[in-house]
Design a protein around this ligand. Sequence first.
Ligand SMILES: Cc1cc2nc3c(=O)[nH]c(=O)nc-3n(C[C@H](O)[C@H](O)[C@H](O)COP(=O)(O)OP(=O)(O)OC[C@H]3O[C@@H](n4cnc5c(N)ncnc54)[C@H](O)[C@@H]3O)c2cc1C
Length: 358
Amino acid sequence: MSSNNIEILEDEPLADLTSFGVGGKARYFARIASEEDASSALSFAAEKGVETIVLGGGSNVLVSDEGFAGLVILNRITGYAVEESGGDVVVSAGGGEDWQDFADLCVAKGWQGVECLAGIPGTVGASPVQNIGAYGQDVSQVILEVRCLEMATGKVVIFDKKKCAFRYRESIFNTREAGKYIVTSVTFRLKKGAAPLITYRELEEKLSCIPLPTLADVRDAVIGIRAGKGVLIRNGYESFKSAGSFFKNPVVQRARFETVERLVAGHGEAASWAWPLPSGDVKISAAFLIQSAGFERGCRKGRVGLSPYHTLILVNHGGATAREIVDFATEVRNGVRERYGVILAPEPRLVGFSSSPF
Ligand SMILES: Cc1cc2nc3c(=O)[nH]c(=O)nc-3n(C[C@H](O)[C@H](O)[C@H](O)COP(=O)(O)OP(=O)(O)OC[C@H]3O[C@@H](n4cnc5c(N)ncnc54)[C@H](O)[C@@H]3O)c2cc1C
């Protein structure tokens, strides 16, 4: 069917649009290529009185086996606008641009600021949602503003960086304003010709043989590290059906951290698995907790399991259902809670579950 010049599909399968490869159908589905398309899709949802969600690359969602009873908007708004500004370059990218292509473009142009974020799957529009980060860099470090359509009204709203309230894997778009906006473009301020960021130990080690690494050297090193961990979704590389990290690194109060430290005595220095925060709380490696609670890399339960390279990555080995993934994640989560009293929160957005499965 069509609505205001956009095609609306019915009962559209979602599994193949996600990196986990599971989940049911969307009752309604629209692919948008412009803000006008987005407005039309929102009007359609309002007429039908159904809930709307936005999908980019589908690399950070877990869709339920029942699917989604509302409208799924697939964001494919593309295009770039580039402006020089002193030693900086200000780039606005369409929310549906592929993030990996964008990071590669910045490196090729000599624009510094996202070289460590190369190889992260997904779209530009999703990058502010969970403030994507890797190898010492967070996208919030270079975001100037985020242009959105408000879902309830269809109005354009522009959020500057401050209003986005970025934190570790967080912004207003996945916390207090979650699900209320469609990000149509993101504007970044990047440095022209600046030296790459090399603060992450693994990256430093990998680049130690290069006297003055370039942006491309850093990007290549990051791609190499990601490929070695099976978290590079690109043709020609081994990867798994997953949503990347399934759990966020928990932030706990100091007293809880000290309890965990006592319980894991003998399993390595805390400095390698916990990071004190300025607030006095401590961020703990979820991967470390999972492993020391007895879940080894590569462990498997039927069609789901942990990646052979990383305990934080839950994998669909083929043919799994969303329910199987949730059950396995619950087992891991319960194991960590029972052993350490720490509750792990899932990172991917859970779509179409009638009640929170965790
Ligand atoms: C193998 C693998 C490795 C990964 N590595 C990393 C990593 O190193 N660091 C990291 O931070 N993340 C990582 N991720 C997670 C994922 O790549 C990011 O979260 C990415 O930004 C998701 O983009 P997407 O377009 O696929 O979003 P989707 O999965 O489509 O959506 C994710 C969330 O964002 C919302 N959303 C998407 N687009 C928009 C939009 N235009 N407007 C409003 N809301 C929107 C969705 O509604 C949903 O809530 C990894 C994932 C995988 C599978």
